[in-house]
Design a protein around this ligand. Structure first.
Ligand code: UDX
Length: 427
């Protein structure tokens, strides 16, 4: 059954939720405090890079099922379910900062429709739904948890083909109301208490981060013992208990979720008297991976980076997004800069200085231009376009002949044939 849905916050999570809910047939109003953002969305223009977003934005607005406004009070007045998708940035102690969530809820409360369900879609500390319920003065409103498991770049497809839908609420009718929104997807649905649902989100992300730190550790070992991580991952992945996904070694994991959520979970555990040492080492091991990648580039340059030009392909935390938040590439670039390296970079989505980009990076217009005068080429994001660069074009402008391929992306044979030394991860 179609419902009236409100979405507060039009960042990655909110916008994906809004357009997908409209795609499922619901009537959706998205709200943001940022008037410039809302105006752009009202013109039908996407405010983030996300596959299929333009298409769904157009579809929802054309059908009259998707609207954007800065007026939260009016927007929520007739909404059955309101998703809170505001930012929960990391505080100094690692805990998620709930200021925006609380402010949004307090602002909405007097205007909500009788019996409305307010849903935390943002990743919030365990116990948030319950503590938010305690702050309410109205008794007809329910707070539920419905974590998102969306990957940037494939958020729309992930939303529309979920592995599962999780809803946490003590009030079964309210939980079912939220779960019913997803009914057209026919997904596996799990209804739990709010603490369980909130923990599922952290546990899933922390487990995936653990998987990657483990893979990167095995990759380091592979380099020492002469094994090939690409085949080791295949051999591990055939075991159904392990699974073939998320086994690619790389320059370390990053992005807007894993670093923040894993630190937050360590903090939550600390607050409850449990020292989550396993997860602490997972995070530490990831920092070591950044160090190892930087050391590999240093050694490829002959031991010192002082005044040495390094070409960097890829600045975003992964391909398919323009997001620089907690990007492993930037972690590594900053280590190289600290050693005196001059960085010439190319990334299809980063054309010049912008917030989050460290100073001193020369952003080039093409992959080949970034290699001009470089002693070493470091491939740090797996953009498919890099695989189409011709080795001879790079050889013509780059005096050095070593590639540190942090994503095992390039065709080793073709580049070796063109005279390059190709150093991958775990091989
Ligand atoms: C992640 C979770 O996957 C998603 O469920 C959650 O809701 C938000 O956080 P996202 O941050 O978009 O999504 O990135 P993801 O695609 O999971 O990759 C995270 C990091 O791991 C990236 O830095 C990526 O490059 C790295 N990674 C991923 C690897 O190094 N190897 C892999 O095999 C997979």
């Amino acid at each position: 059954m179609n419902a009236r849905v409100g979405v507060i916050g039009t960042g990655y999570v909110g916008l994906s939720t809004g357009v997908c809910m409209a795609h499922l047939g619901h009537d959706v109003v998205c709200v943001d405090l940022d008037a410039a953002k809302i105006e752009k969305l009202q013109r039908g223009q996407a405010t983030i890079v996300e596959h299929r977003l333009d298409e769904l934005l157009f579809e929802g607005m054309e059908a009259g099922r998707l609207r954007f406004t800065t007026d939260a009070a009016t927007a929520v007045a007739d909404r059955d379910v309101v998703f809170l998708c505001v930012q929960t940035p990391q505080g100094d102690d690692g805990a998620a900062d709930m200021r925006h969530v609380h402010a949004a809820l307090a602002g909405l409360e007097p205007h909500l429709k009788a019996g409305a369900v307010v849903v935390n879609k943002s990743t919030v500390p365990v116990g948030s739904a319950r503590s938010m319920t305690r702050t309410l003065t109205r008794t007809d409103i329910r707070i539920a948890s419905n974590p998102e498991f969306l990957r940037e770049g494939t958020a729309i497809d992930d939303f529309l083909s979920p592995d599962r839908v999780v809803v946490g609420c003590d009030d079964l009718a309210a939980a079912e109301k939220v779960a019913a929104l997803y009914a057209p997807l026919g997904a596996t649905t799990l209804i739990t208490g709010p603490e369980t649902s909130e923990t599922i989100k952290y546990a899933a992300n922390a487990f995936l981060a653990t998987k990657l730190s483990f893979v990167n550790a095995i990759a380091t070992l592979c380099e020492q013992v002469g094994a090939d991580m690409v085949d080791v991952a295949k051999g591990m992945g055939y075991d159904r208990r392990i699974g073939a996904d998320f086994l690619k070694p790389g320059p370390g994991w990053g992005g807007s979720c894993f670093p923040k959520d894993s630190r937050a979970l360590v903090h939550i555990a600390d607050q409850h008297g449990y020292s989550f040492d396993l997860l602490r080492s997972v995070i530490e091991s990831n920092d070591q991976q950044f160090d190892r990648m930087a050391a590999k580039v240093r050694s490829a340059a002959g031991g010192s980076l002082h005044g040495v030009t390094v070409a960097v392909w890829g600045l975003t935390f992964k391909a398919g997004t323009d997001d620089l938040r907690d990007s492993p590439s930037l972690e590594i670039v900053q280590r190289l800069q600290a050693d005196g390296a001059i960085i010439r970079a190319y990334d299809p989505t980063v054309t010049g200085p912008r917030p989050g980009l460290p100073d001193g990076i020369q952003c080039c217009e093409t992959s080949v231009q970034a290699c001009d005068g470089a002693a070493v080429l470091a491939v740090l994001t797996e953009w498919p376009t890099f695989t189409r660069v011709r080795p001879d074009d790079v050889a013509a402008v780059m005096p050095g002949r070593t590639i540190v391929d942090g994503r095992n992306l390039l065709d080793r044979e073709a580049w070796t044939h063109a005279g390059f030394r190709h150093l991958g991860v775990g091989r």
